[in-house]
Design a protein around this ligand. Structure first.
Ligand code: PMP
Length: 306
């Protein structure tokens, strides 16, 4: 199923793509009051699996809690609904988008009288930053837009409204001829990409900004931290100044959509050899060996669809 085809799960029922509509006066359209997840499903060769389903759904419920949004389904029921949506659409490898939003109720900023609607869509989606990028890397710029300060928008929540900031970062980058943008945090330290966490490699060690740098704590980021530790690669979460990116040996992104994507240039400065470096390749291989079924899932990251 491509984007635009098949069935979408809407408030408990699978309906045709064309019928999965909402009212124009829905609260979320006016005030950005939605929360969501992005999950990948992989064909391991020995069956289709949803990657880290429980962790994604836990983050969805945490995003809801932060915004005082009561999701009218138990987490276990929504996890089953994700599995049903993938199965019903006959998908093997795909991207899954669960979304909860404040629907049609009262107009006005206070959302608490609006119903919470929940949808789950799934479709085939290839490499987010392009197939060639997995080896060649992407060219990025540091954005003139920053990530929100901690007392403005909570970045631990994956909320629709946060993606207005991401859209500014992404549009600025792509309109200027770059593949992606990197935002700094409110203090001017490195935060993350518009839809990815960021890592740098120096002298064999990996560094990534801590949650206090206004990041979304990515589930793929957690995979990178876990795999690096298992491979004996030193891994530090610490505040990173912008110029440390320029002089790094390697830089790479992580994310559900972006998976593990190397960065070749930042602000037109070549990073390391200007292509995927050896540490990035080790992390990338360890990740793809798991999701493509070449090494066993020892972390319990898979939920089988069948
Ligand atoms: N940061 C932002 C802003 C994102 O949108 C994403 C994608 N969800 C990530 C980081 C990476 O998170 P994950 O690995 O859980 O997809």
């Amino acid at each position: 199923m491509a984007f635009g085809e098949g069935k979408i799960w809407v408030d408990g029922k699978l309906v045709d793509w064309a019928d999965a509509t909402c009212h124009v006066m829905s609260h979320a359209l006016h005030y950005g009051s939605s929360i969501f997840e992005g999950i990948r499903c992989y064909d391991t060769g020995a069956g289709t699996v949803i990657f880290r389903l429980g962790d994604h759904m836990r983050r969805l419920y945490e995003s809801a809690k932060i915004y005082r949004m009561d999701i009218p389904f138990e987490q276990a029921a929504l996890e089953q609904a994700v599995i049903d949506t993938v199965r019903e659409n006959g998908l093997s490898s795909c991207y899954i988008r669960p979304l909860a939003f404040r629907g049609l109720g009262e107009m006005g900023v206070n959302p608490q009288k609006c119903p919470v609607n929940v949808v789950i869509a799934a479709w085939s989606w290839g490499k987010y930053l392009g197939e060639a990028a997995m080896e060649d890397g992407v060219s990025v710029r540091v954005s003139s837009w920053r990530r929100p300060a901690p007392d403005t928008f909570p970045t631990l929540a994956k909320a629709g409204g946060n993606y207005l900031n991401s859209q500014l970062i992404k549009m600025e980058a792509t309109n200027d001829g770059f593949d992606e943008g990197i935002a700094l945090d409110y203090q001017g330290f490195v935060s993350e990409g518009s839809g990815e966490n960021i890592f740098l490699v120096r002298n064999g060690a990996i560094y990534t900004p801590p949650t206090s740098s206004s990041i979304l704590p990515g589930i793929t980021r957690h995979c990178v931290v876990t795999l690096a530790r298992e491979m004996g690669i030193p891994m530090r979460q610490q505040v990173i100044p912008r110029e440390a990116l320029y002089v790094a040996d390697e830089v790479f992104f992580s994310g559900t959509a972006a998976e593990i994507t190397p960065v070749s240039k930042i602000d037109n400065i070549v990073i390391g050899e200007g292509r995927r470096g050896p540490v990035t390749e080790r992390i990338q291989s360890a990740f793809f060996d798991i999701v493509e079924g070449r090494t066993p899932d020892t972390h319990d990251w898979f939920t089988p669809v069948a």
